[in-house]
Design a protein around this ligand. Structure first.
Ligand code: PXP
Length: 245
């Protein structure tokens, strides 16, 4: 089955909106794990708009689970990632003016900086490094050449496609990208904008899906049924969308 990892950034967004000490993202992470999540994802942004350095250190100290540390290629943040030693580092593009991550990395244009970052992470013991990419075959091939061990497919365009024909077209690109990654020996992850409504078609169409990372939909649903319930609900949907490995 595909593993569900929960991104807890938006618990910190809510806390920071009132400059309070609650809700605590670490406590939320613990409840996600009790609800069946297989790991926790967070993005330590350069502007620290949600998760901060203290959160990251407490996540590492308090939880015995897979941590997926999303980061840009900023040297400062890469240094913190090396200190934390997560199970996985996922490199993402980052622009201060964006509301959320808007697309995949351009691994071809930024190959030198990405290569340098992957080499540093691996050299300092972070052996699993994913690149967050749009479903573009050239980008997937470049990820393999640069030494990434996984790719995370950016599913934002799929999630935003309102018409079925557009969704099917994007899914064809996702399937081809997942196949190509698998042929290149890369592990396949996916995320961005996935939820209970759009997951079933995605999960039962795209092959080799080892992990999905879901955040906003879980935190939004948690307002009505609690975060543990929201994780259980999504896990049930994932379980009924068979993994095609
Ligand atoms: N994966 C990556 C690389 C992301 O940047 C995000 C958003 O922070 C997610 C997954 C989760 O997206 P969402 O919050 O829309 O579920």
């Amino acid at each position: 089955m595909t593993d569900l990892l929960i991104n807890i950034d938006h618990v910190a967004t809510l806390r920071n909106a009132r400059r309070e000490s609650f809700p605590d993202p670490v406590q939320a992470a613990r409840e996600c794990l009790e609800g069946g999540a297989k790991g926790i994802v967070f993005h330590l942004r350069e502007d620290r708009r949600h998760i901060n350095d203290d959160d990251v250190r407490r996540l590492k100290a308090d939880l015995d689970t897979k941590l997926d540390f999303e980061l840009s290629i900023s040297r400062e943040i890469v240094g913190i990632c090396c200190e934390i030693q997560p199970y996985l580092a996922t490199l993402v593009p980052e622009r201060r003016e964006e509301i959320t991550t808007e697309g995949g990395l351009d691994a071809i244009e930024h190959r030198m900086r990405i290569k340098e970052t992957i080499t540093r992470l691996k050299g300092e013991g972070v052996s699993n490094v994913a690149l967050f990419l749009d479903p573009d075959l050239d980008q997937i091939d470049e990820a393999a050449r640069l030494g990434a061990t996984a790719i995370e497919l950016h599913t934002g365009d799929y999630a935003n496609a309102l018409r079925d024909e557009k969704r099917v077209h994007i899914l064809d690109r996702m399937k081809a990208a997942a196949e190509r990654a698998h042929q290149n020996g890369l592990i396949v992850h996916a995320g961005h904008g996935l939820d209970t409504e759009n997951y079933p078609l995605f999960g039962s169409s795209v092959p080799h899906l080892k992990e999905v990372s879901i955040g906003f939909a879980i935190v939004a649903r948690a307002i009505f049924i609690g975060i543990r319930g929201a994780v259980e609900e999504l896990n049930n949907i994932i379980a009924s969308s068979p993994y095609t490995g």
